[in-house]
Every structure is written in structure tokens, then in C-alpha cells.
Write a protein that binds this ligand. Structure first.
Ligand code: NI
Length: 281
């Protein structure tokens, strides 16, 4: 009797332990299930909502202009979710600049012109037309100087002489600066209150005066936020620019000035920062 009682109580204890163990084991399983599930769900939800926010808008913006190009030319001042690109032209103004501005204006495309100060007086009406059309005025020194080889005074003199010439032509000063030959000198940038602009797409249009080649080089590299470097000294580059605008507008791009590009999505311009591009966040 005592033996069987002991066996009985032992089995009872064993069964109790077993059920306890089973419930202990089950509970964390359920917990982990319930805790992992909402996380993974919310993660996928976040991903799906963010992807539905970004993907369709970019699809929409790419699809809209290509299906209805007639709505593209009048560019809107704000561009939430739209692909943006900045065309920049160095070393002008030249005899080809007016034609370029006319073609940009027809297409509602804005650009930025980094002008060599000594060229401005000969094309003052072109500079006035440029300014009146809403393109951004850029400074590229007065004599196309490598700024690293200039003293601070010489540098400031190059900047101010160019601004004076531009002011005489159109009543405005330049608001951006690009150093000739891409010569970087951050100490000098601290002394001017202009957007320091480099580039992210360089088709070497000065070297290859070939419209088709320049165009294909740009189109193969361009993306949302790119800054494209061209020179309005060459008719081949001007024609390439026009064709680039036509093609990229079909793809849903909007052509904006450098300052507009950098200020996308409410960003602020840091006047002493060097900008190569402004890709979306
Ligand atoms: Ni230059």
C-alpha cells in the first residue's frame, strides 16, 4: 500500500511537473509569437506604406509627362516628389547663349549660368534676358582664374568685378559660384555668400564637340538631383542641352536652378558648403 501510494504520488508529481513544464514552454512560445508578429507586421506595414508613398509618386511623375507632354513646359514653383535636375553652363555668356535661353524658356526649363565676368559687357542684353527669364546668375571669376593661385584680395577682386559687370547688365548680383578648373579652396569660400557649386555629371563637352556624344553621356549618368556641367560657348553643347531637356522632361524630370535644387524638400543652403548634387532623402 505504501509502495503504491508512493508510486502514485510520484507519478502525480511527475505529471504535475510535466504539465507545469509544458505550460512554461508554451507560454514563451505564445509570447514570442505575439511579440514577433506585430513587429514583423508593423515592419512590413511601414515598408509597404513607405514604398507605396515613394514608388507610385515617382512612377506617377515619370508617367505623367510622357503621356501628356503638353502639360510639362509650364514648370511649377514647388516640386514635391518630382525628379529634379540642374543644368549649369560655364564660361559664357557667348553668342550662343541667347538661343539657348530662348529654347530653355520655350520648355519651361530653368538653368544656372556661371559667367566669366569679362564676357558680360559684350552680351549685356543676353544677361538681362537671362535674369528676366528667371535663370540663376553664377560667378566664374572675371578672367577665368584658378583661385588657388590667387591671393585672397585678388580672389575677392575677381568676384566683385564679375558681380559689378552682371549688376550693370541686369541690376542683379550673382548668387552662386563655381571655381574655374574646379580648383578647390575652402578658405576663399568662407569669404563669399554664394552657393558653391560643383557638378555630378560631366560629359566633357569642351573636349568632344559632338552633340550626340554629349547627350548620350549625360543621359547615361543623370539621376534625380544631378548637377550637369556644360559650356554655352559651343553650339554642339547648346544643341545637346536642348535635346537633353526634351528627353528628360519626357522621363518626368523638372529643370530647376542650382539654388532650387539644393533647397528641395525644405533644405537650407549652407553658403560655405561645396555642392555636387542634391539627391532626394
Ligand atoms: Ni570654366
Amino acid at each position: 500500500m505504501r509502495k503504491t501510494g508512493r508510486i502514485l504520488s510520484l507519478t502525480l508529481v511527475f505529471v504535475l511537473l510535466l504539465t507545469l513544464f509544458a505550460s512554461c514552454k508554451k507560454a514563451p512560445e505564445q509570447e514570442t509569437k505575439t511579440t514577433t508578429n506585430p513587429i514583423s507586421q508593423s515592419e512590413t506595414k511601414d515598408q509597404s506604406t513607405s514604398s507605396t508613398q515613394t514608388e507610385p509618386t515617382t512612377e506617377k511623375t515619370t508617367a505623367k509627362p510622357s503621356t501628356n507632354p503638353s502639360t510639362q513646359p509650364p514648370s511649377k514653383p514647388t516640386s514635391n516628389g518630382q525628379k529634379l535636375v540642374a543644368l549649369t553652363f560655364d564660361d559664357g555668356p557667348s553668342k550662343h547663349t541667347r538661343h539657348l535661353i530662348e529654347e530653355l524658356n520655350k520648355r519651361g526649363a530653368k538653368a544656372t549660368f556661371f559667367m566669366v565676368g569679362k564676357n558680360v559687357a559684350s552680351f549685356d542684353q543676353t544677361v538681362k534676358f537671362m535674369s528676366d527669364s528667371g535663370h540663376q546668375l553664377g560667378n566664374h571669376t572675371f578672367d577665368h582664374k584658378n583661385i588657388k593661385k590667387l591671393s585672397m584680395d585678388e580672389f575677392l577682386n575677381q568676384i566683385n568685378k564679375t558681380d559689378d559687370a552682371v549688376m550693370k547688365a541686369c541690376g542683379k548680383k550673382t548668387t552662386a559660384f563655381r571655381p574655374p578648373e574646379g580648383a578647390n579652396d575652402s578658405e576663399k569660400y568662407q569669404r563669399i555668400d554664394k552657393t558653391i557649386t560643383y557638378w555630378s555629371v560631366d560629359p566633357l563637352d569642351w573636349k568632344n564637340r559632338d552633340t550626340a556624344l554629349v547627350k548620350s553621356r549625360v543621359l547615361s549618368k543623370v539621376k534625380d538631383g544631378s548637377i550637369i556641367l556644360l559650356h554655352d560657348l559651343y553650339p554642339t553643347s547648346v544643341q545637346a542641352a536642348i535635346e537633353i531637356v526634351d528627353e528628360l522632361q519626357k522621363q518626368g524630370y523638372k529643370f530647376v536652378t542650382v539654388n532650387e535644387l539644393i533647397q528641395r524638400d525644405g533644405r537650407k543652403i549652407n553658403p560655405h558648403e561645396v555642392y555636387f548634387s542634391a539627391v532626394p532623402k
